[in-house]
Design a protein around this ligand. Sequence first.
Ligand code: AHM
Ligand code: MG
Length: 344
Amino acid sequence: MKTQGVGITITEHILRQERQNPRATGAFTTLINELIVAAKVISREVNKAGLVDILGATGRINVQGERVQKLDIFANQIIIQRMQHVGQLCCMGSEEDPDLIEIPPEYPKGDYIIVFDPLDGSSNIDVNVSIGTIFGIYKREGGSPNSDILLSEVLQPGIKQVAAGYFIYGSSTMMVYTTAKGTGVHGFTLFPSVGEFLLSHENIRIPEKGKIYSVNESNYQYWDNRTRALVDYFKTPDRKTGRPYTSRYVGSLVADFHRNLLKGGIFMYPADKKDPRKPSGKLRLMVEANPLAMVVKEAGGYASDGHGPILEIDPGELHQRVPLYIGSKKDVELAESFISGSAA
Ligand code: AHM
Ligand code: MG
């Protein structure tokens, strides 16, 4: 049922879902609401980023004489500032911070953990191309709320996420989220005139098989033969299996993922030999792969590291990297069969 004249707001939607759970305390709603406020602020800053340059802030001092921060650093700070006082978190983990972010002693703590990539798609920040914020939420499983949390308590497999999602700052700003209760994946669009995220994409389902493959193909020479064979397969014409696939690559994970979620297809960032320090590719398990893996799973898709489900990987460290194949179930299963060698 719609609220007269407006539509369902994200807060209303989360509250309704929470009401269906008799043990819900409202803590989760408070948490997400604060994250939404942070995303609205980030969205505003992203929208005016080009304008800042026009106003002559390239020297990182704006016309008011204020220091202009890099947007990704700004996004990180705003999320931390908004989230640290909500009282529901025991710590945070960010792509921008090497260590766990503690909750300052003056604020109450709870038993939720949030991990996030504050502004993903760094190469697209300054060029007016879609970028995003990715988040995953876990619950602390042991320990008393007042005892210091250990990194080992944070390093949970993605399957343990209680919620996950992303914000995309594109031609419009959207939030897509899911909770781990099989309640579906829902998309909300920010209506600037109302200042609210309103339900625009209810119960998103990703097509079982798509027509799009998304990969940075300039890494071809750094891939192993199986990865090359997979991409060659997508490009080889075959009417029966709907090939060649179409290539689409924005270079912002959130944007590439979001498009494929709605249209079907596969995004991949395989392992490569480009940088010996990053043998598992570029993307991070906890702040990038796991949240999107949960979203895609709840939408009927699949995410794999080429050998098995992303969501079942036990993280060894906060910033662990992982090869990622994510999207339509049939396409990712096919990729897995190539990468694990069973397609030969
Ligand atoms: P970032 O966290 O520094 O922005 O890097 C992650 C981004 C993803 O959004 C995107 O999928 C990928 O890096 C693109 O990498 P590449 O430029 O190697 O294709
Ligand atoms: Mg990132």
